[in-house]
Write a protein that binds this ligand. Sequence first.
Ligand code: PXP
Length: 244
Amino acid sequence: MTPHLDFSVNVDHVATLRNARGGSFPCPVEAARVVVDAGADGVTLHLREDRRHIRDRDVERVRAEIAAPLNFEMAATEEMVAFAERIRPPYCCLVPEKRAELTTEGGLDVLRASPFLAEAVQRLRAADVRVSIFIEADPAQIQAAAALGAQAIELHTGRYAEGPVEDRAAQLARLKSGVAAAKAAGLLVHAGHGLTYDTVGALAAWPDVTEVSIGHFLISQSVFEGLGATVRRFRAIMDAARNA
Ligand code: PXP
């Protein structure tokens, strides 16, 4: 039987809107409640070093108030590992972070990462956190993530989802080899970045992909369609692709 595809909704950009006016509205915790009620399996939050969207209190509140699992995205830094050890999210995804970037621009380079990455994986696992690393679909990166003790990888789908349409087939083929390499290495396979109604189905159709994480398009589209309706439409597209 095809395993369930977990759909984790990233609500960071609800906090971006809130912070634009410096008040408390719209509230990312309320958004988390709505997306879970609409069928999301989990909630993703990225606490960036510069706190440009999600803040510490948002993470604490989602962890305490939302029953669905929190997927906590973080850079492998002492500050973030200590934070995760305190709030103990069920899932963490380690991502690269550059202060000047608009969003997470590429996968984490596990091969050239500082030795602290290995310590971060070990400490998170010791705190009972399932650890994923956000990487490109490159066999050497996948092997390195497995060797560090990560239980999952999240494949960066940006080049597929945001690149030219005529390049999509080639990018999908690259992602598909990454999925096979990760499976062979005993890793769970997740996918995310830049996914939309048009691009999510191809990945949802692969039974070895067990989670997708979607944020910016979903929150943007909800301006026109409503947050719950947007989640439900994503869910329907993914279910149709997976069961086809
Ligand atoms: N997964 C990871 C690891 C991310 O860092 C992000 C945001 O960059 C996403 C998924 C979601 O990407 P998007 O907001 O483009 O849907």
